[in-house]
Design a protein around this ligand. Structure first.
Ligand code: ADP
Length: 331
């Protein structure tokens, strides 16, 4: 089962890479975070030190990886990128840590999913810049301590509450990336469409901005689908009507909701008489993981006021009801 929004927010590495801003001045929005980062980077440069450890918090597709790459670029430092679930054994993490270069950067995506048994290793690497390796077994075993060069850990997470507090405390700067405003989304789309060689009319850009729910990656993926559509056409442009048709084909409605968003609203209305309902029960009915619902879908539905979280669970609001009024639940 693949839902359109999920596929829209999923990484598409080639596309993500082509459209990534390469430096802070190219990165649109998040002004306070950019100012703070510029300060941290410049101070480190001046002192010839590694940049402080940084944690980026925010929903998928809002620029966490991009900022990690920008820090590396601005520092002229090598960067190693991994996703926490790929580090399974202590050896995986130790190999990563001991391969870092002086003032290099280690980027750990989804750091809240780090195997808890590896956290100790990470603490000591961050705290004392050393890792301990045990060689041999039993009484003959030896503990070998390896010194690490000054380096920077950049973590990214959609679920900061799942990080243990000792780990969270070791970051010098925790940056909360927000959803983008409409104006910022328009700028991002203008930039991206140029890079993709498109020349969309302004009203199409506005329409895409309206439906991208404040997430640059979603806007970029919509642009890619529009480019596919234009590539198949005789006349190499598109008007507002056709733009809307492509959006409909991908399953994104005027509010930027996709199929699973609407299924959440239908389930709340039809299966739980409007709520309140707990996350687990809701996820079970939708056949989705609670984590996906909570970290990917709910934030937007909450933000536009279609659902509410109460102490007894989720409820659908009058706004949410109005949006699906007259719609049949076809799923
Ligand atoms: P995350 O790591 O938060 O999931 P990424 O950094 O991979 O998100 O960003 C996803 C895509 O969105 C990238 O291709 C990037 O080009 C684009 N993007 C994200 N933030 C911005 C921004 N502020 N300005 C321009 N493009 C952005």
């Amino acid at each position: 089962k693949r839902f359109p929004y999920f596929s829209l927010v999923q990484r598409e590495p080639a596309l993500d890479n082509v459209l990534r801003p390469k430096n802070l001045s190219d990165f649109i929005g998040q002004e306070r975070i950019k100012d703070r980062l510029a300060l941290i980077i410049n101070a480190a440069k001046k002192r010839e030190e590694a940049v402080d450890h940084i944690l980026f918090v925010g929903p998928p597709g809002v620029g966490k990886t991009t900022l990690a790459l920008i820090i590396a670029e601005e520092q002229n430092a090598p960067i190693k990128m991994v996703s926490a679930p790929s580090l399974q054994k202590s050896g995986d993490l130790i190999a990563l840590l001991t391969s870092v270069e002086e003032r290099g950067i280690i980027f750990i995506d989804e750091i809240h999913r780090l195997n808890p048994s590896l956290e100790e290793i990470l603490y000591s690497a961050l705290e004392d810049r050393s890792v301990s390796i045990v060689t041999g077994k039993g009484p003959g075993g030896k503990v070998l301590s390896i010194k690490l060069p000054p380096f920077t850990l950049v973590g990214a997470t959609t679920r900061p509450a799942l990080l243990s507090s000792p780990l969270r405390d070791r970051f010098g700067f925790i940056a909360n990336l927000d959803f983008y405003t409409h104006e910022e989304m328009v700028k991002i789309i203008e930039r991206s469409q140029k890079i993709l060689g498109l020349n969309l009319p302004y009203e199409s850009i506005i329409e895409i901005a309206k439906r991208s729910r404040g997430v640059p990656r979603i806007a970029n993926r919509i642009l890619k689908r529009i480019k596919d559509y234009i590539d198949l056409k005789e006349e190499k442009n598109i008007n507002l009507e056709e733009t809307k048709r492509v959006l409909e084909l991908i399953g994104i409605d005027e509010k930027g909701l996709d199929e699973l968003d609407r299924k959440i609203l239908f389930a709340l209305r039809d299966k739980f008489s409007g709520g309140p309902v707990g996350l687990k029960a809701l996820a079970a009915v939708l056949n989705e993981s609670p984590d996906t619902i909570e970290s990917i879908y709910e934030p937007y539905l909450l933000r536009i006021g279609f659902i509410q979280r109460t102490s007894r669970g989720r409820i659908i609001t009058p706004l949410g009801l109005a949006h699906i009024m007259g719609c049949k639940n076809d799923g």
